[in-house]
Design a protein around this ligand. Structure first.
Ligand SMILES: Cc1cc2nc3c(=O)[nH]c(=O)nc-3n(C[C@H](O)[C@H](O)[C@H](O)COP(=O)(O)OP(=O)(O)OC[C@H]3O[C@@H](n4cnc5c(N)ncnc54)[C@H](O)[C@@H]3O)c2cc1C
Length: 319
């Protein structure tokens, strides 16, 4: 029963979440007395053998022109072929946008049970039970997978990356790769900015900022911290900021190490997308703002006064 981990990449660069998934899968392999192998699709611009430091022994590399662009249907069939040929019984994805579209498809194809959004290692003492968040992180569920093949997608930032010494063997995998039925008519890249879902630090602002003309100070704070920008839903709805920055129940769910919320009240729908952040800092002029209840640190004050001072202080510390 080997463990197979999907390595997610964009433009040849391995996503941070994949390092967590590799470490998680390797730990499951260790726990169940088997080996951890991985699969990566497309051209990679990084040193694949060094991923052995996370505990993975072998990486199956599938290269084909049809894999240049992500297509969940094409990718699913390739991953299923690798899983079948390697005899993998536990298949791990990150619960990010690619993992969310691949894990259920691979599970159906391999007739496996799926736990989406796992937050901890499975309990294998009596069966195979995986813990996951439910009700937007308000509760946990322990889900048993009874099928032969088990598919898990791991929540981003839920597992610490293992840094060992090993080197992985990279082997080309000759898969049948279909031509995508999708045609991309255009794409826009936000260059030079930190991707929201990959960011360690996120600076987010809400309606308390009064208008889009006031975002320069938020951007300066984010740039100083090397952070990604986010916003509350009304801000995106009012076109003050683009919708790809909207976090929450109906926006992107994130789990950075540090989430700084400026002028955001902390409505339940907003918290649903950010409450898995490791540390939450809230800046709000209203001491009764609900967000303070979910905060690790809070500053009661006017954003227009606090943010420039905070940015200046961080710049000073950074030298
Ligand atoms: C079905 C549904 C889904 C939703 N999904 C989402 C979602 O995914 N994400 C989301 O964010 N919302 C979502 N909402 C909306 C949510 O309920 C709130 O209305 C929204 O989050 C409020 O945004 P806000 O905190 O920016 O604005 P407000 O609620 O207007 O809060 C502004 C805050 O700024 C503070 N403030 C004002 N001036 C200053 C100042 N100068 N300095 C410091 N602080 C100041 C105020 O004290 C206040 O707390 C959803 C709602 C519904 C019904």
């Amino acid at each position: 029963m080997s463990v197979l981990i999907f390595i997610d990449q964009i433009d040849g660069h391995i996503k941070k979440a994949s390092h967590e998934a590799l470490s998680y899968g390797a730990k499951i392999a260790e726990q169940t007395g088997t080996t951890a192998e991985a699969v990566v699709l497309g051209n990679i611009n990084e040193d694949l053998p060094s991923l052995g430091q996370h505990g993975v022994k072998k990486i199956h590399h599938v290269q084909n022109d049809n894999l240049k662009q992500f297509d969940s249907q094409v990718y699913t069939k390739v991953i299923a072929q690798v899983a079948e040929q390697t005899g993998a019984k536990v298949i791990i994805f990150s619960n990010n946008s690619s993992g969310k579209s691949l894990a259920p498809r691979v599970a159906v194809r391999l007739k496996g049970g799926l736990v989406a959004g796992a937050t901890a290692l499975p309990d294998t003492t009596n069966g195979f039970t995986v813990r996951k968040n439910v009700f937007s992180g308000k509760a946990f569920a322990s889900v048993s997978i009874n099928s032969d093949v088990k598919v898990i997608s791991l929540n981003v930032n839920a597992f610490t990356v293992a840094q060992g010494q090993g080197s992985a063997e990279v082997v080309p995998f000759n898969a049948t790769v279909e031509t995508s039925k999708l045609k991309t008519v255009g794409s826009t890249k936000t260059s030079g900015k930190v991707a929201l879902t990959e960011a360690d630090v996120v600076v987010s602002a809400g309606r308390g900022l009064k208008g889009p003309e006031n975002w320069a100070m938020v951007e300066e704070l984010a740039d100083t911290l090397g952070a990604a920008l986010a916003c509350s839903r009304p801000v995106a709805d009012a076109h003050w900021r683009p919708h790809n920055e909207h976090v929450g129940q109906t926006g992107i769910a994130i789990a950075p190490n540090l989430y700084i919320a400026v002028g955001i009240s902390g409505a339940i729908q907003h918290l649903a997308g950010v409450n898995r952040s490791k540390v939450i800092v809230v800046i709000n002029k209203d001491p009764e703002a609900p967000f303070f209840k979910a905060a690790d640190y809070g500053i009661v004050g006017d954003a227009f006064d606090v943010i420039p001072k905070l940015t200046a202080a961080i710049k000073k510390v950074k030298g």
